[in-house]
Ligand binder design. Structure first.
Ligand code: 76R
Length: 268
């Protein structure tokens, strides 16, 4: 069997279901409320956000006109995401918020290096791609990685002051089409990408979530750091890296700051 029959898609591990929600505060409505009413609405919201924090959601204020608040929820699955989405909708505070956008995705680890090793090992054993035997072999070889990677697959909202979130695609242009490149070429480019990223590993926590089939872009990139300049420097440096320079298309960027539920009043 020729190598061209090796599946082109890299193996991925999926973890937490993720929802990013962006809100604008309706200031004219909010400002028209009496102080006591504002307080009771905020008290209810604060209690609710404390529970959300315990369930692995983060509250952020957004800088600029794109939104005032962002909630980021990590949950074990989409039913849990749906529950929290509904609970947010039912909150009295929500009558004074407009959800301007949202993003649905699932934490994803792309296993470019392991993919080549696993596919190679199975080919050597004479297993034919895309047969049930192949699928079983892949799953067996992935099992221990899934366990080992559990903390990265189901991360806590990192306790860093700043957040940067944006969706992105890999380019599918006439000249440069990521999805037409060979797996070894993509693995090499992603390795180089990882090497750039690794130099920032101490100062930034990156969570890549896959959104093919769930939302309008292919990935969500959520970065957390205590120093906001790290976002600018990391993303700038990556633009010179081949995989970003040639194949990255970016959506809208959102930049904000973390707040504990106890600080909710400060935002109103
Ligand atoms: O997960 C890993 O650490 C393994 C290596 C790795 C993969 C597979 C990695 C490392 N990334 C991976 C996948 Mn990444 N990443 C981005 C962006 O702004 C840009 O130019 C791109 C936005 C940033 C800032 C970033 C940071 N990465 C991906 C994917 C999926 C693509 C696919 O599977 O084809 C995307 C879209 C993407 C984009 N990446 C790292 C970082 C950082 C900081 C690291 C190193 C993390 C560490 O070693 O701790």
């Amino acid at each position: 069997m020729s190598n061209t029959n090796i599946p082109a898609v890299p193996l991925t591990l999926e973890g937490a279901a993720v929802l990013h929600q962006l809100f604008r505060i309706e200031w004219s409505k909010w400002n028209a409320l009496e102080a006591g009413k504002k307080q009771s609405i905020l008290d209810e919201a604060k209690q609710f956000f404390v529970r959300l924090e315990g369930a692995n959601s983060g509250l952020f204020s957004i800088l600029g006109h794109k939104g005032d608040l962002m909630l980021v929820h990590f949950r074990s699955g989409f039913p849990e995401i749906s529950e929290v989405e509904l609970a947010v909708s039912k909150l009295e505070l929500n009558q004074y918020l407009v959800q301007t956008t949202s993003y649905v995705s699932v934490v994803e680890l792309g296993l470019y290096e392991s993919t080549q090793k696993i596919y190679g090992a199975l080919m050597e054993k004479g297993v034919i791609p895309n047969t049930p035997e192949w699928a079983t072999g892949v799953q067996e070889m992935l099992a221990h990685q899934r366990t080992a990677m559990a903390p990265r697959l189901f991360p806590d909202v990192p306790a860093r002051k700043y957040i940067c979130f944006y969706p992105m695609d890999r380019r599918r242009g006439e000249q440069n089409n990521w999805y037409m490149e060979s797996l070894p070429d993509r693995a090499r480019l992603m390795h180089e990408h990882g090497m750039v990223g690794r130099r920032y590993a101490d100062v930034v926590k990156q969570i890549i979530s896959g959104s093919i089939g769930f939302d309008d872009w292919e990935w969500g990139v959520t970065l957390f750091a205590d120093d906001p300049l790290v976002f600018k420097k990391l993303i700038y440096e990556m633009r010179f890296d081949e995989v970003s320079a040639v194949y990255a298309e970016f959506g809208v960027f959102y930049f904000g700051m973390r707040h504990s539920a106890a600080e909710l009043e400060k935002l109103f």
